[in-house]
Design a protein around this ligand. Structure first.
Ligand code: PRT
Ligand code: ZN
Length: 283
């Protein structure tokens, strides 16, 4: 039985649970529960505050966990990282009041900066050779300049709307973050085996998220040209259509290349193009 720690309630919770479910792991959730056991996989889920997750995993109270890289690195626990998970993407940024003149990081020399991430900020300032006073506060960092507590802030940004609504301007990106899977360093062979099984499923889910299944019809004389445009897992599957001289081509395309490929396919004579999501992808 592997013990997984995830955030009880917050920005990581929903996507963490979604990933586990997409791996075909069933469990019953209740907002009152502190832990649940899967009904079809040797996994127990512990619900914790995100800040506690690296420590619990390092101590072996939990075997693995899902946490933001910002928290993991701030707590000095990068060594536990196993795999980036691609969700809860955000950045830790420096911001100053909108009206302040700011041109270069050296403008923060000797200034007061409020943050909940003193270590990440200190590392960044050291790299840049800037000496500033860091004020560690645990919440509502964005209001610090307006109440006279600081000249600048260093906080998590995702859409940027919190900064704008507090009259602040993002000036430097200190750290880029996303959710990461972490694991205790001393897992026994049995737990390691379950983790490998889980990772196999996570990879299948992640691969599928980036890929689309594409089906299209093409005149036979265009098959070669169109096949060149479809990278696919290997090469496209080609099936004859009832209509003479036409075939159906099936393949897999990457989401990032998707629109460009579609346009080229149409230009090459493809018709009836269907693009459908893929649930799992094993290679
Ligand atoms: O209660 P618990 O301690 O478990 O949760 P928490 O309140 O400490 O964390 P939570 O749920 O806010 O965030 C968990 C993790 O989500 C963070 O550690 C980040 O890795 C990630 N994440 C992604 C974010 C954001 N996006 C985010 N936007 N964490 C915080 N924010 C906050 C930010 O602090 C600021 O107040 O959202 C505001 C900015 O958002 P925008 O969209 O206005 O820019
Ligand atoms: Zn927290």
């Amino acid at each position: 039985m592997l013990r997984l720690a995830i955030q009880k309630s917050g920005r990581l919770s929903e996507d963490s649970l979604k990933l586990i479910r997409e791996c075909g792991i069933s469990f019953i959730t209740s907002s009152l529960k502190l832990k649940t056991e899967s009904t079809n996989f040797p996994l127990e889920i512990l619900y914790l505050r995100d800040d506690d997750i690296p420590g619990y995993v390092a101590d072996g109270v939990a075997d693995i966990g899902i946490v933001g890289e910002n928290v993991l690195v701030e707590e000095g626990m990068q060594r536990l990282a196993v795999e980036q998970l691609g969700f809860s993407k955000c950045r830790l940024s420096l911001a100053v009041p909108k009206g302040d003149s700011y041109e270069h990081i050296s403008d923060l020399q000797g200034k007061n900066i409020a943050t909940s991430y003193p270590k990440l900020l200190q590392t960044y300032l050291d790299e840049k050779g800037v000496d500033a006073n860091i004020h560690t506060i645990s919440g509502s960092v964005e209001i610090a300049p307006s109440i006279g507590l600081a000249d600048a802030i260093c906080d998590i940004v995702s859409s940027g709307s919190t900064l704008i609504s507090n009259g602040l301007r993002e000036v430097e990106r200190v750290f880029s973050s996303q959710a990461v899977l972490i694991a205790n360093e001393g897992l026994d062979a049995e737990k390691r085996r379950v983790l490998d099984k889980l990772l196999f499923r996570i990879h299948a889910v992640q691969r599928a998220q980036k890929a689309k299944y594409i089906l299209l019809n093409a005149p036979n004389e265009k098959i070669e040209e169109i096949s060149q445009l479809l990278p696919g897992a290997k090469s496209p599957s080609i099936l004859p259509l009832a209509e003479k001289g036409w075939s159906s081509l099936h393949s897999v395309v990457n989401e990032d290349d998707f629109w460009e490929i579609i346009e080229k396919l149409k230009e090459a004579g493809a018709q009836g193009i269907l693009v459908v999501p893929i649930e799992k992808m094993i290679v």
